[in-house]
Design a protein around this ligand. Structure first.
Ligand code: CO
Length: 281
């Protein structure tokens, strides 16, 4: 068993998205442009409505997937093909944009805490122009496994201890866990090749890896996992640690990005812009 050591640890950067919403971007920055097959991870956490009410008005996507996971607050989603839904705390939306959608993602509250994550997952060349698809999963339908040592894992995608998460039919065979490791407890889980992934700490801190190469990952930081076949995460003695553990099969294909269009060639990006501007989404 080879433990995956942290290959890189980066701190999320504050940035403005949508119509002026402050988000913290951990993946998809100059420090860490992508982690194949993942393109972006934002944490949005605000208790000041002025910083989130403007939301994310109409914008397109093509060639990729967006995964929204809410911890607090509510978000209404609406697209140009008649799909609409409301995400509440604990809910997940796995949206496969495929050949293209135009949607808005707007807060459905006027006060209180808005907290969640958005992950962008790349699609393989053969799937980029697929029909758009939504998987909307209520928090109550996400299984949670509690181990004897107190580690609690919500399984959004992938499997742990014989339990499998509800997200299905995704090309990169993803694993998406929300894990709480009690203080001074160590969590281990098999994560064999060819999967690649990272963890993002959002409460407390933990040591990732083992021996000399292990690193402390504090709240608001992302650790890219190196090669190996299992993960080891040890929460600090002072507090519980809570994190997202995300992994998938790398695509090893060229990536050409232009905002929310993610294709393989520049020509496909020009086509996407033309299709969008000509109303073909
Ligand atoms: Co979007």
């Amino acid at each position: 068993m080879q433990i995956r050591q942290p290959a890189q640890v980066v701190t999320a950067m504050a940035t403005q998205e949508g119509a002026g919403v402050t988000v913290h971007r951990a993946l998809g920055t100059p420090l860490l442009p992508d982690a194949d097959p993942f393109l972006m991870l934002d944490e949005f956490k605000n208790d000041d409505p002025k910083r989130y009410m403007a939301g994310f008005p109409d914008h397109p996507h093509r060639g990729m997937e967006t995964v929204t996971y809410m911890l607090a607050g509510a978000m209404r989603h609406k697209d140009n093909q008649g799909n609409e839904g409301k995400l509440r705390p604990g809910d997940v939306q796995w949206m496969t944009a495929g050949r293209g959608i135009i949607h808005s993602e707007m807060p459905e509250q006027e006060k209180g805490l808005m907290w969640g994550f958005q992950l962008w997952v790349n699609l393989a060349a053969k799937d980029k122009m697929t029909k758009p698809r939504y998987q909307e999963i209520k928090g109550a339908d996400i299984p949670e496994v509690t181990r004897a040592d107190g580690v609690r894992t919500k399984i959004i995608a992938g499997s742990l201890d014989g339990m499998t998460g509800p997200v299905s039919g995704i090309g990169v065979s993803p694993l998406y866990f929300d894990i709480t490791v009690p203080k001074a407890v160590t969590f281990e889980h098999p994560l064999p090749e060819p999967h690649r992934g990272f963890l993002y700490m959002f409460e407390g801190k933990a040591e990732v890896g083992e021996g000399d190469k292990a690193r402390i990952v504090p709240r608001g930081s992302l650790a890219v996992l190196g090669a190996g076949d299992s993960v080891r995460i040890s929460a600090s003695a002072g507090s519980d640690a809570r994190m997202l553990l995300i992994a998938g099969r790398p695509l090893n294909e060229p990536v050409v990005k232009y905002g929310p269009f993610v294709m393989n060639t520049r020509e496909q990006i020009y086509q996407a812009i033309d299709d969008f501007q000509s109303g073909r989404f």
